[in-house]
Design a protein around this ligand. Structure first.
Ligand SMILES: Nc1nc2c(c(=O)[nH]1)N[C@H]1C(S)=C(S)[C@@H](COP(=O)(O)OP(=O)(O)OC[C@H]3O[C@@H](n4cnc5c(=O)[nH]c(N)nc54)[C@H](O)[C@@H]3O)O[C@H]1N2
Ligand SMILES: Nc1nc2c(c(=O)[nH]1)N[C@H]1C(S)=C(S)[C@@H](COP(=O)(O)OP(=O)(O)OC[C@H]3O[C@@H](n4cnc5c(=O)[nH]c(N)nc54)[C@H](O)[C@@H]3O)O[C@H]1N2
Ligand code: SF4
Ligand SMILES: [Mo]
Length: 899
């Protein structure tokens, strides 16, 4: 008798956001992987958002980088690991020998595991002897890091997720948590369901999906958060709402911070004017904050990504220090981390101005301690270049070799065209990635294939300081290797000892031991909050079975590891004088460009872009602006617009999302050279940075918006690769078994059969149905192979094309019956099923039109009723805020009709 093995679930952690949800990955008999939430993980207790749920759809090897590649005379060629490692080690070695260690740099990522990060930092700071290692966390968390250090003397988030269950008030400042931290957002939603009196305040210039939960939305003028929170501090002092005992015994600097706040922000009317919010709403916020003890203020990139980002962070923390609401149940300032290991990277000192294990580069005692522990030949003694400066130094030829690991700076850095100039000029560009073709790998001299999520092993730390294991459940594909291994192998070839690690747990052990080494108050000691003493000496088995635990992790009386839920600490007030963004709007660039995320894509789309069910929510790059601004600048919803700043430009489709104030435009960050002809928003973003943290001002660049004239619009759905030469504008997303291209152009020949056949590569005599209306500028054709749809093209003078949803569904069918062919060129079964519209619920593929029709026809008023009818919203819940908006809109429509 054959006994089939029971598939074992591997417990791991999600690859995406800083919520850090536990995931169970169960290999299936058909070779697929079943992904569900880990009920035992404290971050999510079994829940996953739509991106986490779709992780299984991103694991195929399409487009993966599977072998090392080297640039030669004829372009890139496959090479052995031996050759590639040698080229990197020798290249770095020669440049260091000739120009000194400062002529090389690493640029790494908050998506690396702690173990990868640890060895990268050790190599650069302890062995090469420069601090030129920076990370994309500079673009993300560095203002929070700087703010924490100024206030707490260490980079700590005092609270934990449980505080969100216990709070009486939750303030979300510059955070679109509904889309960016969905599982945490749902936790707040459950709190509100249980206790409707809990007040939720959202501070965001846009009316985002997060506002669905808000009792109060403050649509502040971009960049004015310091005014808002200084005004709050001033109000708290005036109203006697401070915790005098706490301020007196646990804090310093209150008088100076308050004096600065009082200069510009003592008058709520004036603050309301500057922030452009209704005075009554501002006062409602101030009153509620003063009157409520259990307040959590969570913040993300609307706060960090600003030239005043560090001050924004401290202006928030000041209000929590003033009220003594730090690290106690249900209260505290809470920095939401972006990437899965944004926090872990900071623990190992992955930023150019930090040393390992929360020690400081500019402190001699700290440097000596780390160097002695590493027994390293040298130690960097001055801060290295921060991300934006680093790529300027590359362009200036000061840095001649750069190794980019796990990040895509051609897309994600500000002034991204400058990054291109820098990489073109750089003598040696090494890129470690999991994908072969990204905007950044295109400039590599050496490409190193890394193991991806599901293949690699290590640890990550989430927003609440919780360390969890990522575990492998897939074999290594091709010749890919773990990032830590690649780094160690280069280090060894450069002649350095100290990198002989055989497995990830050995690196983790060294990291844990360094964190507790001489950590205390005795002779020769340096006291640090970051301490993993309880996790030292785990061994392979202990590491494999490590349960999620929050640092500091010390040893209890029995020697067992004990984590720390909350850190109750005092702190320093920091005076925060408000200031406007660096670049103001002008006659030439009258609008402020705000950039950020959409629900179903992750950054530069190298992974989420693979999952068809994540493609339907937002299928192409857009520029969202207020209808009045659209009128003013001559652009129309559904048509294309060019957005231009002093640094660069892009083309995207105009939309009125309904939530943006006049004077701003919003463009998503995700589209890039692989997924669109011209939609890389980084090219437009100003390189202005925060003077303390070096974090770029991603949320505020002056731009203008103009009509992008084309003579035709079209789309193609195809199972084949498309040659896009000569197309003025295109974007692409992945469907199930096909790719969807949105196209627009200026060549009059487009509405003709010979053009369409050439575009799709269709020869004479193939099964080709077409419809042509020359006068109307309409052309449609469908290409079938063995009665199965192979590709189709629809073109029109106007952007009035039929639904892509219905045609997309045909790619799942093996045959198109002959009597059904009639509907093909109409883009739908004539008179039969309706167009589902853009995806709202990605888990069950439920479209906007389907939802609206059901809500109207069946008079639905609750999300639970919608779920009962259509399943929508019943799995991960990421779409619940949008369903609620549709329900509200339907109520308004009905009311208007009745009235
Ligand atoms: N779906 C999805 N989720 C993600 C990611 C992703 O790529 N996709 N990335 C992850 C990462 S790395 C990060 S860092 C986080 C980011 O998470 P968030 O910070 O929540 O996301 P963003 O969309 O960058 O920006 C948040 C909001 O800041 C607002 N904002 C702009 N200017 C201002 C301002 O001056 N003041 C205030 N108060 N608000 C302002 C914007 O309108 C926007 O709605 O998301 C993580 N989660
Ligand atoms: N305009 C604008 N720009 C922004 C932002 C914004 O709000 N507005 N936000 C900024 C923020 S907060 C962030 S965090 C950044 C993110 O920006 P990036 O870090 O550039 O974006 P990702 O697409 O996540 O890039 C990760 C890269 O690593 C690869 N990769 C995935 N897994 C692995 C692995 O295990 N090993 C290796 N070696 N490679 C791997 C992926 O294929 C991809 O190429 O963008 C920043 N840029
Ligand atoms: S909220 Fe979503 S993306 Fe973030 S860790 Fe959880 S499942 Fe992953
Ligand atoms: Mo981020």
């Amino acid at each position: 008798m054959k006994i089939s093995p029971i598939p074992l679930a591997v417990r791991t952690t999600c690859a995406y956001c800083g919520v850090g949800c536990g995931v169970q990955a169960t290999p299936q008999a058909d070779g697929g992987i079943l992904i569900d939430g880990d009920p035992s993980h404290p971050a999510n207790k079994g829940k996953l958002c739509v991106k986490g749920s779709a992780l299984g759809d991103t694991l195929d090897l399409r487009g993966r980088l599977l072998h090392p590649q080297l640039r030669g005379d004829g372009g890139m060629r496959q090479a052995s690991w031996d050759e590639a490692l040698e080229r990197v080690a020798r290249g770095f070695g020669e440049i260091i020998a000739e120009h000194g260690p400062g002529a090389v740099a690493l640029y790494v990522s908050g998506q690396l595991l702690t173990e990868d990060y640890y060895v990268a930092n050790k190599l650069v700071k302890g062995y090469i002897g420069t601090a030129n290692i920076d990370t994309n966390s500079r673009l993300c968390m560095s203002s929070s890091v700087a703010g924490h250090k100024r206030a707490f003397g260490a980079d700590v988030v005092p609270g934990c997720y449980e505080d969100f269950d216990m709070a009486d008030m939750v303030v979300l400042a510059g955070s679109n948590a509904a889309w960016c931290h969905p599982v945490l957002f749902q936790r707040i939603a459950r709190l509100k369901e249980r206790r409707p009196e809990v007040m939720v305040v959202v501070v965001d210039p846009r009316r985002t999906a997060t506002c669905e939960l808000a009792d109060l939305h403050l649509p502040v003028r971009p960049g004015t958060d310091v005014w808002l929170f200084n005004g709050l501090l001033s109000y708290l002092a005036r109203e006697g709402a401070m915790d005098a005992a706490y301020v007196g015994s646990r804090t310093t600097g209150m008088a100076a911070a308050l004096a600065v706040a009082n200069i510009d922000c003592a008058d709520p009317m004036e603050v309301a004017r500057v922030c452009r919010v209704e005075p009554a709403k501002l006062l409602a916020f101030y009153r509620a904050f003063a009157a409520t003890g259990k307040v959590v203020t969570a913040y993300s990139q609307g706060v960090n990504q600003s030239s005043a980002g560090t001050d924004k962070v401290n202006s928030i923390i000041n209000c929590h220090l003033a009220t003594g609401r730090i690290g106690k149940p249900g209260m505290g300032p809470f920095s939401l981390t972006g990437q899965p290991n944004a926090m872990g990277g900071r623990e190992v000192g992955g930023l150019a101005n930090m040393l390992a294990a929360h020690m400081e580069l500019d402190n001699q005692e700290h440097r000596e301690l780390v160097q002695r522990f590493w027994n390293s030949p040298r130690i960097a003694d001055k801060p290295g270049l921060k991300a934006v400066d680093l790529f300027h130094a590359v362009e200036q030829g000061k840095v001649k070799a750069v190794w980019i690991i796990g990040t895509n700076p051609m897309v994600s850095l500000p002034d991204a065209n400058q990054v291109q100039r820098a990489l073109e000029k750089c003598a040696l560009v090494v890129v470690s990635d999991i994908m072969a073709s990204t905007d950044t790998t295109a400039f590599a001299d050496v490409l190193l294939p890394a193991l991806g999520w599901g293949e690699k092993d290590g640890t990550v730390t989430n927003s609440e300081r919780c360390i969890s294991r990522q575990r492998a459940f897939l074999p290594a594909p091709g010749e890919a290797r773990a990032d830590w291994k690649i780094i160690c192998q280069v280090a060894q070839r450069m002649g350095f000892d100290g990198f002989g690690f055989g497995a990830a747990h050995e690196i983790f052990d060294e990291h844990a031991r360094l964190s507790s080494w001489r950590n205390g108050t005795g002779e020769g000691c340096v006291r640090r909050m970051f301490d993993l003493d309880g996790l030292a000496g785990l061994g392979a088995h202990g590491y494999d079975t490590l349960e999620p635990v929050q640092w500091p992790v010390r040893r209890g009386p029995t020697g067992a590891a004990e984590g720390t839920r909350r850190i109750e600490c005092g702190g320093r007030f920091v005076p925060t004088a408000p200031r406007a963004p660096v670049h103001a709007a002008s006659a030439e660039y009258p609008l402020a460009l705000n950039t950020g995320r959409v629900r179903d894509q992750w950054h530069t789309m190298t992974r989420t872009g693979k999952a068809p069910r994540l493609a339907g929510h937002v299928a192409e790059a857009f520029v969202d602006l207020h209808p009045h601004d659209a009128l003013l600048y001559g652009v129309r919803e559904g048509e294309l617009a060019r957005v231009t700043s002093a640094w660069g430009s892009l083309v995207a489709r105009v939309q009125h999302g309904g939530g943006i104030t006049r004077g701003s435009v919003f463009v998503p960050i995700h589209w890039n050279g692989q997924t669109a002809s011209d939609a890389r928003v980084g090219a437009l973003v100003s390189p202005a940075v925060d003077p303390v943290s070096g974090e770029p001002e991603f949320k505020h660049t002056p731009v203008r918006v103009e009509h992008f004239g084309v003579s035709w619009h079209g789309f193609v759905l195809t199972r084949r690769a498309l040659a896009l030469d000569g197309i003025a504008h295109w974007t692409r997303v992945q469907g199930s078994g096909f790719a969807r291209y949105e196209l627009a152009g200026r060549n009059a020949a487009a509405a003709r059969g010979d053009w369409a056949r050439a575009l799709l590569g269709v020869g004479e005599g193939e099964d080709w149905l077409e419809y042509e209306d020359n006068a109307g500028g309409v052309y449609r054709a469908v290409h079938l192979v063995d009665d199965r749809i192979e590709q189709c093209v629809f073109v029109s003078k106007r952007p009035d094309l039929p639904s892509r949803a219905w045609l997309s569904g045909l790619f799942d069918l093996d045959t198109i019956a002959s009597d059904e062919r009639a509907g093909l060129l109409a883009g739908g079964w004539l008179g039969k099923s309706a167009d589902a519209g853009p995806t709202v619920c990605a888990c069950f593929g439920v479209g906007l039109n389907t939802l609206c029709a059901a809500i109207r026809a069946r008079k639905l008023t609750e999300v639970s009723e919608v779920t009962a009818c259509l399943k929508a919203g019943g799995n991960c819940g990421s779409c619940v805020p949008e369903i609620k908006t549709l329900l509200a809109e339907a109520r308004v429509a009905e009311f208007m009709q009745a009235g």
